[in-house]
Write a protein that binds this ligand. Structure first.
Ligand code: KG4
Ligand code: ZN
Length: 337
């Protein structure tokens, strides 16, 4: 079964062709980084306008790289949530039009679910596992017992982890995209230069939750207060100290989730899981089985959309033409306290 996957939730215009939910025949990712760089962040209006210009050629390129024509497709999967509505609408409308004109079904998917599913494209992964989803807008720790059986254990109570990377980078003019740049700068910095505070959420009901607004405020507004005077106050030292604190917060909750559930398998997905220190920190956890997507599949991409869409399409679960784009709704649900 050949599925076209379309992802336009933010600033990447990505289209892939995936066979039987597993074999990537093409995965074109057209990035708008250069367009948003002058603004140090994504400008939604520029993003959606650029998607409207790029979507058709990116679809054509994806089909041609896969060595197929559109008539060979069996179905289309497309992100309809969560993301920037103007950007989502471009991919969604294109998918609706193409599926209608070809007389094939389409399925609208939650791209946050797809991020967590991405490692399944590259590995055979048994259930259950602890799922760790860390992106620009979401931070979710979950217990995953089956393809459609996901219980949220913890989320961020304020900012997402990736958002904190982006906002710190924007404030200090480190450049765009923030997460990638902090990751690079941190290599040359000393993580001991600043001792930033970690949130203390153990006493509440939600013991797996995380928080990033306190860390963000400390890095942006209270830098001197947390400076270890033995080290210089350089951008690299800020980046390294912030990155270590941000990731250590996650690792602590991940370890707790694994200990409490007794599940020694973790599957990671989302842009922040591309982070070098994150990967090292997960690797350093003893006696666990850890899976992450390759770097190309960490951030937004059409392949993960096609892969997850395949499972719905093969079970004849389709979307209809009334399906709309949604900014924040996600299909993750909370069961754990
Ligand atoms: O999953 P994603 O592509 O988009 C969604 O938010 O859905 O994630 C983008 C986020 C951004 O916040 C970006 O700064 C962060 O992932 N990111 C990174 C790295 N690469 C991307 N954060 C830290 N280190 C990285 N290497
Ligand atoms: Zn994403």
């Amino acid at each position: 079964m050949l599925v076209l996957g379309i992802e336009s939730s933010c600033d990447d215009c990505s289209v892939a062709v995936v066979e039987d939910g597993k074999k990537i025949l093409s995965n074109i990712i057209a990035t708008q980084i250069d367009m948003h760089k002058p603004f140090n962040g994504v400008v939604p209006e520029i993003a959606s306008r650029t998607h409207t210009e790029w979507i058709y050629p990116v679809v054509e390129e994806s089909l041609s790289k896969a060595g197929i024509v559109k008539e060979d497709l069996d179905g289309i999967a497309v992100t309809n949530r969560p993301g920037l509505v103007g950007s989502l609408l471009v991919g969604l409308s294109f998918a609706k039009g193409l599926s209608w004109s070809l007389g094939i079904p389409f399925i609208a998917v939650d791209h946050i679910r797809a991020h967590l599913y991405a490692p399944h494209l590259e590995y055979h992964i048994e259930y259950p596992y602890v799922g760790l989803l860390v992106s620009g807008g979401h931070t979710i720790i979950s217990k995953v017992s089956g393809f459609d059986d996901i219980d949220v254990m913890g989320t961020t109570i304020d900012d997402a982890c990736g958002e904190a990377f982006d906002k710190v980078a924007k404030y200090y003019n480190f450049g765009y995209p923030g997460g990638v740049i902090i990751d690079k700068m941190a290599e040359k910095g000393n993580p001991k230069a600043f001792q930033f505070p970690k949130p203390n959420l153990h006493k509440g009901d939600h013991t797996y939750d995380v928080s990033y607004s306190g860390l963000k405020t400390a890095v942006i507004n209270q830098l001197d207060q947390f400076h270890n005077k033995e080290f210089e106050k350089t951008p690299e030292n800020i980046a390294a100290s912030f990155q270590k604190t941000a990731i250590d917060i996650l690792i602590k909750r991940l370890k707790k989730a694994m200990n409490d559930t007794g599940i020694k398998r973790v599957v990671c997905g989302g842009g922040v899981t591309a982070n070098t220190y994150f990967r090292k920190a997960v690797k350093a956890i003893h006696e666990i089985e850890a899976y992450y997507p390759s770097l190309e599949l960490c951030t937004d991409n059409g392949a993960m959309i096609a892969a997850i869409g395949y499972h719905y399409l093969k079970n004849e679960i389709f979307s209809d033409l009334h399906t709309n784009a949604m900014a924040r709704v996600s299909s993750f649900r909370r069961k754990y306290p």
